[in-house]
Structure formats: structure tokens, C-alpha cells
Design a protein around this ligand. Structure first.
Ligand code: DON
Length: 306
């Protein structure tokens, strides 16, 4: 693979679009981020890392954390996870409540807010609200070899201060008996997992196990079974971008997960993991420039799963 040519091609494709899209503004700490930032890291199974732009710069991973908590829950609970959350796309926004009433408090999938809150609730029930977040961070430290990865306390507090909608989702599910812990305990952990700060390099490295049948190819740790790895990737492909998931699969053809901090994590099974960051979002909360960079990458590498 001629990475020099590929990175030049990606740079040329994103250049006219840098700064486009709308930066998340529901909390000041996210609204302050410069929309012109762009970073990307491609990590392969042999540890080789290809980087572009601000790949060192930590950003708020937000909803990308949902992929890691899902993998922790599948490891701990196995099939039981699917008693409390489904695996169908919604066609609705990430924070929508509309389907929950007809569907008896069972969220459609683990990558929308309601589903991720249930997954976090399961992890909190298995330990406690602080230990659960510590376990997530320990996993990031171990996989990326960097123990400075942590939580942006300002973001975590603001998530909670502006969290009426997530509280509504959690209370609504509690009314249907789909919360095991006091709602505030599960939300405390959920707001903190969203506020983890990581760089593209760290994020891609931490997700590499998802490209290699659940086993980190560098430290050889089996984080999820091969079967669950396949399933996580399937859910990312069908649900990872909310009501933009179909378009993302059409354009990029890789399992991915967006976050309102402007990050996108993509898995290229058998090839590697990719993290891209650029804060300007489309209407569904997916990074505009990030998606363009990924589109160019799959064009150049043939890594689409289709
Ligand atoms: O729960 C929320 O509203 C945010 N902390 C995370 C949302 C998010 O990242 C949606 N993704 N694109």
C-alpha cells in the first residue's frame, strides 16, 4: 500500500471542506472547539500507524464510548444483553424517545442514547458507577499503552447539567422495569464515559481488537469472542450513525461509530482500525470532514466490506 499517495489523496479531498458542518453547541466545552481541526490515524494489525493532521490531539469521544461499553457488557453478560436492548436501526435521532413507548422500554439498539444507557446500567449493576468507568479507562490505558487517557470533568459536569433528555429516556425505561440501578447512578457513569478524551491515535489503537476477531493483535488479549466481535461490527454498520447509518454504509461500507465531539471510529476487518476527528457535524451528528476522509480512504484501499 502506498501510504504516502493515500494520505496525500485524503488531504486533497478534505481540504476544500475543512471547517464545514456545525460544531456541537449543547455544552460550552464542545462549542469552543475550532471547527477547522482535522486528525486521522490508521492502525494496522502489525502496529503500523499512519497519521494525518491533528492525530495527537485529544477530543471528547462522546458516543464512540458506546462501542466499548457494549463490548464490555457482551463479555460480562453474553446473550443476556439482548433481553434488555434490541439490535435494529431506528431511523431516528440519537436521543429520540419516540419508539420507547410502543416498544415497552426496550431501546432499539445499544448505540442510541437509550440503548447505551441500558448497557451502562448493566455494567454499573455488575460493579458500581465509579468502578465501571475505571474499568473502561483501564481498558483504554492497557490497549493504547497510555495511562494519561482520562475524563474531561468540565464536559462530564455539563453533560449532566444539560442532561434532561437522557434523564427522560432513563426514567421512561425505568418505568418499564428496564433499569437495574437508580437512574442517577447509571447516568453518572454514562455522562462520564461520554466525556473521555482521546486522540485519534489512541482511539484507533484501542479499537484494533474489533478488526481482528475480538483479539488485540499486538498484546494478544482476547477482549470479546470472535462471534461477539462480528456482532458488534454488524450493529455498528446498521446503527452506528443513527438516522445517517444507511448513508454511511453506502458511502463508506465499514462498521463505524460517530460522536458529537466530531470523532468517527471505523473498523476495517482484517486490515485495521481508523479514527478520524473533525468537529463540524452533519444533521445526524456525524463529522462531515471525517466522513469525506473515510470515503477517500476506502476508495484508495479497497477496504470496504462490500
Ligand atoms: O448523550 C449525549 O447526548 C451525548 N453525550 C452523546 C451524544 C453523541 O455523541 C451522539 N452522536 N453522534
Amino acid at each position: 500500500m502506498d501510504w504516502q499517495a493515500i494520505t496525500a489523496r485524503i488531504e486533497a479531498a478534505v481540504a476544500p471542506h475543512i471547517g464545514t458542518g456545525k460544531v456541537a453547541d449543547y455544552i460550552p466545552a464542545l462549542a469552543r472547539v475550532d471547527p477547522a481541526r482535522f486528525g486521522m490515524a490508521i492502525v494496522q494489525g502489525n502496529g503500523e500507524m499512519i497519521t494525518l493532521g491533528d492525530s495527537h490531539e485529544p477530543f471528547s469521544i462522546q458516543s464512540i464510548s458506546k462501542v466499548f461499553t457494549l463490548s464490555m457488557a457482551l463479555r460480562h453478560y453474553g446473550e443476556e444483553v439482548w433481553n434488555r436492548v434490541g439490535r435494529e436501526p431506528t431511523g431516528s435521532a440519537f436521543n429520540s424517545i419516540v419508539q420507547l413507548e410502543n416498544e415497552k422500554g426496550i431501546p432499539r439498539n445499544p448505540l442510541i442514547n437509550a440503548g447505551a444507557i441500558v448497557v451502562t446500567d448493566m455494567l454499573v449493576a455488575a460493579s458500581n458507577r465509579d468502578a465501571m468507568v475505571q474499568e473502561l479507562l483501564a481498558r483504554f490505558h492497557r490497549l493504547s499503552g497510555d495511562d494519561t487517557i482520562g475524563i474531561d470533568e468540565e464536559v462530564a459536569e455539563s453533560e449532566s447539567a444539560t442532561g434532561s433528555r437522557n434523564r427522560a429516556l432513563a426514567h421512561f425505561m425505568a418505568a418499564f422495569g428496564n433499569m437495574a440501578n437508580p437512574v442517577e447512578d447509571a447516568l453518572h457513569a454514562y455522562f462520564r464515559q461520554c466525556a473521555v478524551r482521546m486522540s485519534c491515535r489512541q482511539l484507533a489503537r484501542a479499537a484494533l481488537f474489533l478488526a481482528y476477531d475480538g483479539c488485540d493483535p499486538i498484546n494478544r488479549e482476547q477482549l470479546v469472542t470472535r462471534e461477539n466481535c462480528r456482532r458488534i461490527n454488524a450493529v455498528m454498520m446498521s446503527c452506528g450513525h443513527y438516522d445517517n447509518s444507511g448513508d454511511f454504509a453506502y458511502r463508506i461500507g465499514l462498521p463505524g461509530k460517530s460522536g458529537v465531539g466530531g470523532g468517527i471510529l471505523c473498523i476495517a476487518p482484517g486490515h485495521g482500525a481508523i479514527a478520524v476527528w473533525s468537529p463540524g457535524l452533519n444533521a445526524s451528528g456525524t463529522s462531515m470532514v471525517g466522513a469525506i476522509a473515510l470515503e477517500e480512504l476506502v476508495e484508495a484501499t479497497g477496504w470496504s466490506v462490500f
